[in-house]
Design a protein around this ligand. Structure first.
Ligand code: NAP
Ligand code: HSE
Length: 427
């Protein structure tokens, strides 16, 4: 049987998952592709580090050239993370005619087009299924199964760490920091978890989904985004009381000739299927003009769920190696002349701490009125020291209008702090 040699760049959470799946499911994999797969070299930073899977020490190297210049290696699997170093190694490997598999959303969202072009010029595959949604096959679904559709909406929970934190805060009453530590211990978080909790990781993934689903190249840094660091247990309690769950939602929706997109913590009504997606699970809802609504659900982070998606890519490439067939997941910047609208309009939840004095509520509602922000409901809680928590749910409005009203309200003497502002989804 022909043997395909693989080089791994990185052997952390995902790299070790790939190795274990390949060991555990060897027979099934080899009979499926009718070829042998062999991991020939593994790049790491520290060869002496304790690993949680048994690997012959001789496979490890700290010299990237041992992997990317090895003439026997046909597929390079980049699982290091980071942009510049990982990108440099991938480009060098492509120049050496190696096929590429990566789980690196930061790299694909920022340099994907350049790397894809290079891969095409060199006649090699670039695949990145694991970069969005961990084990969920969302890239393949969009690029292959749904390729006859015009996509109208892609919306989902696509970060395991933040969803784990929000679930633990809601269901176990856990503090933010404790839940984050647990997510890190379980291997869900990025090397720098700021990227998760500030919504950057989600913006990378949404930029990839927008390109794959709508053919529009968008910088992830141009996507309006907010993370979950300002969400308090009090917000979670208000959400529960009002019949919602708070989730970090990424969405891109076509409205006529324009595209709206955002990454924001949102109030989701309990009837929304995304409201019951918990812990490290992710879900992506796709609406295509032929298929209608489709919901993909599964583990969005972790060693073997992500390793499963990486191996799916490796197997697809292995099957076509030595043939002229190209199966790659295309990045397609077709620029169809969409108006890029940013976050569009939404209803919002606003939580503020207000001074407990006569006339305050009236002055705040008047300020909203001056900016034409119409209010759907108001909740005032009992006094806590000299401030009272005030919660407003607005009707649909532009975020800029709401922000102007809140700026005026915050500058007044009536409010000590705007605690949080979250989108409220209709259904
Ligand atoms: P990780 O646990 O931090 O592992 C990173 C690995 O890369 C380690 O083995 C490290 O070596 C090696 N490495 C990093 N920088 C290096 C350098 N400059 N030179 C040589 N080796 C280097 O990361 P991970 O969680 O597996 O994530 C890997 C990639 O997958 C990232 O792009 C991440 O965004 C993506 N991803 C992760 C998940 C997940 O659930 N964790 C899910 C989907 C996608 P040492 O072991 O010696 O430190
Ligand atoms: N840090 C990411 C997450 C890993 O928590 O979703 C999966 O991409």
């Amino acid at each position: 049987m022909e043997s395909i040699k693989i080089g791994l760049l990185g052997f952390g959470t995902v790299g070790s998952g790939v190795y274990s799946i390949l060991e555990d499911n060897k027979d099934k994999i080899e009979s499926h592709i009718q070829k042998k797969l062999e991991i020939k070299k593994i790049l790491v930073r520290d060869i002496g580090k304790q690993r949680n899977v048994d690997v012959p020490k001789a496979l490890f190297t700290t010299d990237a050239a041992d992997v990317i210049n090895d003439p026997e290696i046909g597929i390079i699997v980049e699982l290091m993370g980071g942009i510049e170093t990982a990108g440099g190694y991938i480009k060098a490997a492509i120049a050496n005619k190696k096929h590429i598999v990566t789980a690196n959303k930061a790299l694909i969202a920022t340099q994907g087009d350049e790397i894809y072009k290079l891969a095409c010029e060199n006649g090699v595959e670039l695949r990145y299924e694991a970069s969005v949604g961990g084990g969920i096959p969302i890239i393949n679904t969009l690029t292959q199964s749904l390729s006859a559709n015009n996509v109208d909406e892609v919306c989902g929970i696509i970060n395991g760490t933040t969803n784990f934190i929000l679930t633990q805060m809601d269901e176990q009453g856990m503090e933010f920091e404790e839940a984050l530590k647990l997510a890190q211990d379980r291997g869900f978080a990025e090397a720098d978890p700021t990227s998760d909790i500030e919504g950057e990781d989600v913006a990378f993934k949404l930029a990839i989904l927008i390109e794959v689903a709508f053919g529009i190249k968008l910088s992830p840094y141009d996507i309006p985004r907010e993370g979950i660091t300002k969400i308090s247990k009090r917000d979670i309690e208000f959400a529960r009381e009002l019949g919602y769950k708070i989730k970090l939602v990424a969405a891109a929706r076509r409205k006529g000739n324009s595209l709206e997109y955002h990454v924001q913590p949102s109030f989701l009504p309990l009837a929304n299927p995304l409201a019951s997606v918990n812990n490290e699970f992710n879900a992506v809802l796709v609406r295509g003009n032929a298929v209608g609504e489709l919901l993909l659900y599964g583990k969005g982070a972790g060693s073997t769920p992500t390793g499963s998606a990486v191996l799916g890519d490796i197997l697809e490439i292995s099957k076509i190696m030595g043939t002229d067939y190209k199966a790659g997941a295309p990045l397609r910047n077709e620029n169809k002349g969409f108006q890029l609208e940013g976050e569009g309009v939404s209803a919002y939840y606003v939580h503020m701490s207000a001074k407990d004095k006569p006339g305050v509520l009236g002055r705040i509602t008047s300020a909203f009125g001056r900016y034409e922000v119409s209010l759907r409901s108001v909740i005032q809680r009992s006094r806590a020291e000299d401030t009272v928590p005030l919660v407003f749910i607005t009707h649909e409005t532009e975020r800029a209008r709401l922000d102007s009203a809140l700026k005026e309200i915050e500058l007044s003497n009536d409010v000590s702090k705007i605690e949080s502002v979250l989108r409220v989804e209709k259904k």
